[in-house]
Every structure is written in structure tokens, then in C-alpha cells.
Design a protein around this ligand. Structure first.
Ligand code: CP
Length: 327
């Protein structure tokens, strides 16, 4: 096992109890998490990446919605740091017998976990849960169409490691902006760090007054991605749609799909990103998804580093809080 010393030992502590959304963070808070994630990404590239930093800590992953990348990377991150990780299967839990989210939270809290990672279909549900637990850090792994903070952090880490900076870059976030927590968290993070953000998609898939978030809105894909340093594609979030937002997948791809011709309009060294899961032939062409400009697999790799950094940083705060008298 690798030594107890963390690669983040000399870095600034993260000053929050929970990670609920990028909207709660200042630019320095975001930089602290990115610096810590960067250190873990370098450390993960070395052999022997099992650590004892969270030995004796219990992490519960509570996923009320399907997930491949987020749930597995939180599990790998916790286990790499030495935590005892429990994946709670909602399919076989008492939620199916009518138990509320808050009753589930109170029940789990009585087992004294140190970290709870939650994905829920309700916007704001994770914040509500965080108010009901004591001496336990809560991490938002995606709540409805509200926020997905660790996704935005891993996207920013991928960009920063490739481009060396975020400030001054031109980003195009394309597709279903209205239903996407990934878009929302990315807009908050990228604008906070000084990027120029274009959002691109049909009017039916734009949130009302999105320009108030400091972005430029484009209905035309070719104009929206022109000279972009990063093109981030999003899938149609059909599970959050009620009714028809696009005439057909075929038509959507015709107007808003990323193919080689369109990518040529972006900067020559533009990065192609996608949070996954991808729908090939709907929002992105396979040639582009698997092409030389794609960093989609790197995003997944950075996801483990970011989640290690977040779990470690919140655990350090918890250890400090628990030492304070009166708690
Ligand atoms: N990007 C993302 O959240 O993927 P999963 O739904 O597979 O976790």
C-alpha cells in the first residue's frame, strides 16, 4: 500500500462541510478543488495507488437514479483512499415501500457514516438531505436538472490539464441545455473562472433567461461553435422531458449534431467533450466521438481524481470539526 502521505498535503484546505453545487463555491474554492484533483491525477498515474487516508471512514453511495460513470468512480475513489464503501441499491431498499428521502437519510445517519454521496431525480433533494444529517459530509452526485458539481470539476480539470488555463477560453456547450445539470454546473464554473461561454441549441431546449448566467445564446450551431477552444456536447435528457421538445432524433442531429464538418469550424486544436452517456448519431457522430480531438475517455479518468480530492477534502474538514468542542 502507498504511504499515508497525501499528494495534497501541502495544498490549501477546502473550506466547506458539503459539496452541494458549484453555485455555493467562490473562484478560490474551485481552484482549491482543481489543484487537489490535479495532484491526485498525477498520483493516480503512478503504480501502487491504494492509500490509507480514509481508513476507518464509511462512505455510502445513495443513487436514486441510474449511473455508470459517477457511481463507479465514487466507489473507486473511496476504495483507493481506504474508506469502507457501501453502495446502497435503491431498487432493493425501503424507498420502494414508500419511505421518504428524509426518512431514508435519517435512518442512514443513525448508522454514523462519514460521507454520503447522493444522486436524486429531484432538484434540491440533496441539499434537503444535507440539512438532516449530522457529522457527515454530503456530496451531490447530480440532483434533477439542478447541479452535478463533480462533473463540472472533472470537465474543468480535463480542460486545464490540456490547455493550461480556463480564463479566456471560448467554450461552446451544445444540445439540451434546459434539462442538463451538467450544463448548469459547467456554466457556473466556467464563467466564474473567466471563460467565455456560448450555449447552443434550439429555443425549446434553452432555459428561460439563460443569458443572465453570463453566456451567449446561439440557435445556429455553426455560429455557436465558431473558433471555440472546447466543444461540449450534451445528450437529450428524455427522462426529464414531458412532451416533444425536438421533432425527431434525425432532425436534431441534422441541425445540432457534432460531425467532422462542424468541428472544423471550431479552433483547429479544439477539444471535444461529452459527460456521457453518449447517443451516437443523435448529438455526436462516432467519427468525432472517437477522433483525435476527443478527450471523452480522459474526462472519465479525471473523474476518479476529482472524486478522490473531494472525498479527502471533506473528510479533512470533518476531522477538524469533530475536534472542536461543543459539537
Ligand atoms: N456523466 C454522468 O453523470 O454519467 P453517469 O450518469 O453514467 O453517472
Amino acid at each position: 500500500m502507498a504511504p499515508m502521505t497525501s499528494p495534497t498535503a501541502e495544498l490549501e484546505p477546502f473550506p466547506k462541510t458539503h459539496l452541494l453545487g458549484i453555485g455555493d463555491l467562490s473562484p478560490p474554492d474551485i481552484d482549491i478543488l482543481l489543484d487537489r484533483s490535479d495532484a491526485w491525477a498525477d498520483r493516480n498515474a503512478l503504480p501502487d495507488n491504494k492509500h490509507a487516508i480514509l481508513r476507518g471512514r464509511t462512505q455510502i453511495n445513495l443513487f436514486f437514479e441510474a449511473s455508470t460513470r459517477t457511481q463507479s468512480s465514487f466507489e473507486i475513489a473511496g476504495k483507493r483512499l481506504g474508506a469502507d464503501v457501501m453502495n446502497m441499491s435503491v431498487a432493493s431498499s425501503s424507498v420502494n415501500k414508500g419511505e421518504t428521502l428524509l426518512d431514508t437519510a435519517v435512518t442512514l445517519n443513525a448508522m454514523r457514516p462519514d460521507l454520503i454521496v447522493v444522486r436524486h431525480h429531484g432538484s434540491g433533494a440533496v441539499e434537503l438531505l444535507a440539512r438532516k444529517v449530522a457529522n457527515c459530509a454530503v456530496v451531490n452526485a447530480g440532483d434533477g436538472s439542478h447541479e452535478h458539481p463533480t462533473q463540472a470539476l472533472l470537465d474543468a480539470l480535463t480542460i486545464r490539464r490540456r490547455k493550461g488555463r480556463i480564463a479566456g477560453l471560448k467554450m461552446a456547450i451544445c444540445g439540451d441545455i434546459a434539462h442538463s445539470r451538467v450544463a448548469r454546473s459547467n456554466i457556473l464554473l466556467l464563467t466564474a473562472l473567466g471563460a467565455q461561454v456560448n450555449v447552443v441549441g434550439p429555443a425549446t431546449l434553452m432555459p428561460p433567461a439563460v443569458e443572465r448566467m453570463g453566456v451567449s445564446v446561439f440557435g445556429d450551431m455553426d455560429s455557436g461553435i465558431a473558433d471555440a477552444d472546447v466543444v461540449m456536447m450534451l445528450r437529450l435528457q428524455r427522462e426529464r422531458m414531458s412532451g416533444m421538445y425536438v421533432p425527431s432524433s434525425r432532425e436534431f442531429f441534422h441541425y445540432y449534431g457534432l460531425n467532422a464538418r462542424r468541428l472544423a469550424l471550431a479552433a483547429p486544436d479544439a477539444l471535444v467533450m461529452h459527460p456521457g452517456p453518449m447517443n451516437r448519431g443523435v448529438e455526436i457522430d462516432s467519427d468525432v466521438a472517437d477522433g483525435v480531438q476527443s478527450v471523452i475517455r480522459e474526462q472519465v479518468e479525471m473523474g476518479v481524481a476529482v472524486r478522490m480530492a473531494v472525498l479527502e477534502a471533506l473528510s479533512q474538514n470533518q476531522a477538524r470539526d469533530n475536534r472542536e468542542p461543543g459539537r
